[in-house]
Ligand binder design. Sequence first.
Ligand SMILES: C[S@@+](CC[C@H](N)C(=O)[O-])C[C@H]1O[C@@H](n2cnc3c(N)ncnc32)[C@H](O)[C@@H]1O
Length: 431
Amino acid sequence: MRFHLVSIFPHYFESPLSSGLMGKAVETGLVEFDHVDVRHFAGGVHKSVDDRPFGGGPGMLLKLDPMVKALGSIERPGRIMMLSPRGKPLNQARSRELALEEDVTLICGRYEGIDERLLDLYDIEMVSVGDFVLNGGEAGAVCLIESVARLLPGFMGHTDSGDEESFSAGLLEYPHYTRPDDWDGLTVPEVLRSGDHGKICQWRRERSLDATLRDRPDLLPTASLTVEDVDYLRKQSRTRLGRNLYIALCHYPVLNKFGEKVAVSVTNLDLHDMARVTRTYGLGGFYATTPIEDQQALAEQLLAHWKQGAGAKANPDRAEALSKVKVFDDIEAAILDITRQTGQCPRLAATSARLDRRKEAEPATTYGTVRKWLENSPVLLVFGTGHGLAEEILSRAEGILRPIRYLDDYNHLSVRSAVAITVDRLIADEY
Ligand SMILES: C[S@@+](CC[C@H](N)C(=O)[O-])C[C@H]1O[C@@H](n2cnc3c(N)ncnc32)[C@H](O)[C@@H]1O
C-alpha cells in the first residue's frame, strides 16, 4: 500500500514512519511512503506557501497554487483525504475500508488550513482524528497511517491480532498481563494462568463489557451484544442518572392557542403514560401540578383507580408506576418536595415546542448540559400542557431544551410523546 504525504514539513514523518513495525513494513515493501513537499511547488524567491485570509481574521492559509501543483505531481493518488477537524471522524471501520486501497493521498494542513478552492478542483474526503485542534495535519496523518497499516495482512505477527482489539466488536479491549505473575504482591488474575480457554474467553469478554460500560457507555448501543452479554451487563452497577431526574407536567400556567394564559384539565392518559416513563427510566419522581382543587381531586381519583382500585387488580405493574406520581399545586411545591427529599435544591429545566427567540444570541440548553447537571444535582424538567408553558415558567428555568425536531416545520407531539423522547435522549439504556 502506498501513502502519498502532501505536507510542508516532510521531515516530520521521519521517526514515526521508520520505527518499530512500521519500519519493518517499509523494509519489506508492505507499505511505501511518497513524500510530496509542497514548498517545492511554491514560486518566488522565498518559496512562500502561505498568505493572509480574505475577509480578515487571525492566522495564515496555505495557498492554492502550490497545493494544486503538489497534488498534480502525484501519478496515482488513489483516494485523496485531507486531515481536518472539519472532517468526518476517523474510526476503526473507516480504517478497515482504507486498508483495502492501493494508494491513499493524505493532505496535511498547517496554519488556519488550506484555500477552500482545492476542494472544488479535486474529489477530497476530509477526515478528522478527533474533536480537538492540532497544529498541523501531520500528527493526524500518522494516526491514520498507523491504524490502517496495522490492518494490512502481514503487518502484525498474528493475523488475528486486529480482531481482538478495542472497537473490533464495538467494545473496548480487556486488560493484558505479562511475566512476572507476581510483582511485589501485585498478581495476575488466576484465570489467565488456568489454561482453561473457555474461562479465559469468558473472563476477557466480561472485562471488555466492564470497561465499555464504565468508560465508553456510548459505544454499547451499537456494539454487537449476545444475550449472555446483556445478562452480564444487567447485573453490573452503573451510574443511574435517572435517579436525579424529576419530571413535572404543568397544567397551569400554560398557553392556549391564542397565546392566553390558561389552566388545562388533567387527563388519565398523561398521568398514566408519564408515570410509566418515570418507572421505566428509574426517575426520581413525577409531579402533576395544578392549583385547581377539583382537578387535583380528579387526579387523585384516577391515581387511586390504578394504585388501589380495579386497575391495580387487573394490572399490578401499573400500580408500581402510578405510585411515582405526586399531585401538587405548582412547580414551586415540587421544587420544595425534591429539596426536602434530596437535601439539594433541583436545577430547573423547561421544555417547549417553539424555539426560544427571547435571547437570540444565547444557545439553547443541550441534552449534554442537562446530563452533566444530573451527575451531581437533582434536576426538575418541566413539560407544559395546552400550547406550552407560560413565560413565567420559562423565565424561571435555568435552561430551556431545544425543541424536538427543531429543524422541521411540524413538531406537534403529544406531551406524552415529548416526555418519552426527551427522557430517552437524556437517559439512554446504558445509564
Ligand atoms: C491549526 S489547524 C487549523 C484549524 C482550523 N482553523 C479549524 O478551526 O478547523 C491546522 C491544520 O491541522 C490539521 N488538524 C488540526 N486538528 C485536526 C484534527 N482534529 N484532525 C485532523 N486534522 C487536524 C488540519 O490539517 C488543519 O488544517
